[in-house]
Unconditional design. Structure first.
Length: 181
C-alpha cells in the first residue's frame, strides 16, 4: 500500500503550520489559497475523499485504527504511521535527515458529528454532555458518534434536574426534550 496520492509534497504543501513545532494542519482555506497562488487546481473535497479511501484501503476505519507505512521520496527514506482519533487523521512521518513531522487532517469523517446539549438548571446556560462545556468552540470536544450520543441524550433526559436537552447532528437539531412539570 502506498501513501503516494497525498504524500509527501501534496500533503506537505497544502498544510498550514500549527503553533506546535513540526506540526501541520490540513485546512480548506489555507490549502485553497496556497494552490491558487501556485496556479494549481485543487478539489479539496476530492482530496479528502482520496484520503478517506486510502484510510479505508489501509484498514483505518474506526477510532484508534492505525496503519504503518514506509517508502522512498526525493531520494530519502521515510516511515510513518497514520492513526484515526475520532474524526481526525494524524499522520506522523519520520524522514531521514529531516526528522519527524505530524500532519493532522481534522474533520475527515462525519460519524463523530453528534452532540448532546442540556440546559443548566440554575443558570439556564446550555452545556455539552459529558464535559459540561458551555462555550460553543469548546463543546466541539464533546462531539461523538451516533450511538454514544443517543445513549447520552437518553441518560440526560432521565435526570430529574434537567428540564431541557437537545441532540444535534452537525448543526441540525435531531431531537429536543422538555421536562413535564
Amino acid at each position: 500500500m502506498s501513501i503516494k496520492p497525498f504524500f509527501p509534497a501534496r500533503l506537505r504543501d497544502l498544510c498550514a503550520p500549527s503553533p506546535r513545532k513540526d506540526e501541520f494542519l490540513l485546512e480548506r482555506r489555507f490549502a485553497e489559497v496556497y494552490a491558487s497562488a501556485r496556479g494549481t487546481p485543487l478539489d479539496f473535497d476530492g482530496l479528502l475523499a482520496e484520503i478517506r479511501e486510502w484510510c479505508k484501503d489501509s484498514g483505518i476505519e474506526r477510532h484508534g485504527g492505525s496503519y504503518s507505512f514506509s517508502g522512498l521520496a526525493g531520494g530519502r527514506e521515510y516511515r510513518g504511521t497514520a492513526t484515526r482519533f475520532r474524526d481526525e487523521l494524524s499522520i506522523l512521518i519520520h524522514t531521514a535527515g529531516e526528522g519527524r513531522r505530524r500532519y493532522i487532517v481534522p474533520g475527515l469523517w462525519s460519524d463523530y458529528s453528534w452532540l448532546v446539549a442540556y440546559q443548566e438548571p440554575l443558570t439556564g446556560e446550555w452545556r455539552s454532555w459529558p464535559g459540561a462545556l458551555k462555550e460553543p468552540r469548546l463543546m466541539e470536544r464533546d462531539r461523538t458518534n451516533e450511538r454514544e450520543a443517543r445513549e447520552g441524550y437518553e441518560w440526560v433526559c432521565k435526570r430529574p434536574i434537567i428540564s431541557r436537552a437537545r441532540l444535534f447532528r452537525g448543526e441540525d437539531l435531531v431531537s429536543e426534550f422538555f421536562a413535564r412539570r
